[in-house]
Design a protein around this ligand. Structure first.
Ligand SMILES: C=C(OP(=O)(O)O)C(=O)O
Length: 294
């Protein structure tokens, strides 16, 4: 299976289904990504009362008077997620969402998408992980930002004990928005491969950096999935837009990853056909003796 690119819409749709559908079409038709991903929260379950009632820490990005109201504004319900999933199918692109609480895990599992994601923030929510392990048959993608190595082992052990580790994709991730190059720490991909490569399905990379250079290196290090935030306009109001790729960036990311993937191989013969032409024309050879003497 080749490299797969996830366009993480997250909440960059601004709570607007039409924008979400435009983003699906753009990611599928213009950028040719493999999956469009959303996020699903039951905010009353996820947030404490105090978190729900407190104003958003950055009023310039707020879509409501309280953090809870802000989050509700950006939330789609199950029927809307089903509609987005249908829109993805119509456009020939995969659908996925991360789930942030038990109710969301139950609801999204009921839609039976091919993959669901556990965000870094919730990878120790074992009650929710259990719902995915028991009631969801697809691939379980799990991000490992802000997670200790002991916690990583607990997560893999948890799925292994339930016979599901071979359906798990582990993402190297630094949780920051945006992440400076010095903090991307791409060799975590190698470390996860060495530590868990034979126990889980595959290793992936979830990036929050700027530009697309690091993703190509992630591929070279063995990441089989690359997830990047996607927006239609980096200047839009919201926390994630600034660290997201716009359509042209996403298109170039997909193009570059596929091109580099094609180049990550050994020569099929000692001299490739393309080289033979040049070898015949350019390669230094000792001149035959009689000619050299003349
Ligand atoms: C926050 C998410 O992922 P990550 O932890 O990879 O940033 C997500 O998928 O919703």
């Amino acid at each position: 299976m080749g490299i797969r690119v996830i366009a993480e819409v997250g909440c960059n749709h601004k709570g607007d289904m039409q924008i979400a559908k435009d983003m699906i079409r753009t990611a599928a038709v213009y950028a040719r990504a493999d999956v469009v991903k959303f996020q699903k929260r039951k905010n009353r379950e996820l947030l404490t009362d105090e978190q729900y009632r407190t104003p958003h820490p950055n009023p310039a990005n707020a879509y409501g008077d309280t953090y809870g109201a802000h989050r509700e504004f950006l939330e789609f319900d199950v029927a809307q997620h089903a509609e987005l999933m249908a829109e993805c199918a119509l456009n020939g692109i995969g659908y996925s969402t991360s789930v942030w609480d038990v109710t969301s895990a139950v609801e999204m599992a009921s839609l039976k998408p091919a993959l669901l994601k556990i965000p870094s923030a919730c990878n120790l929510h074992f009650e929710m992980l259990d719902v995915l392990a028991r009631d969801y048959a697809g691939e379980i993608h799990c991000s490992l930002g802000m997670t200790t190595q002991d916690e990583e082992a607990q997560i893999v052990d948890f799925f292994e004990a339930r016979g599901r580790a071979k359906d798990v994709v582990l993402y190297a991730c630094t949780s920051g928005y945006p992440v400076a190059f010095d903090d991307i720490c791409l060799l975590e991909i190698t470390r996860l491969k060495d530590r868990f490569g034979d126990r889980v399905k595959s290793i992936a990379f979830s990036g929050h950096h700027l530009g697309i250079a690091a993703d190509v290196a992630a591929l070279a290090l063995g990441a089989q999935w690359v997830e990047r935030h996607f927006t239609l306009d980096r200047t839009w109001k919201g926390t994630d837009h600034a660290a997201s790729l716009e359509p042209d960036g996403l298109r170039r990311l997909v193009r570059d990853l596929r091109a580099v993937e094609g180049s990550l191989k050994y020569k099929a013969s000692e001299i490739l056909p393309v080289e033979q032409v040049q070898r015949d024309k350019l390669k230094w050879r000792a001149k035959p003796k009689s000619v050299a003497a003349a």
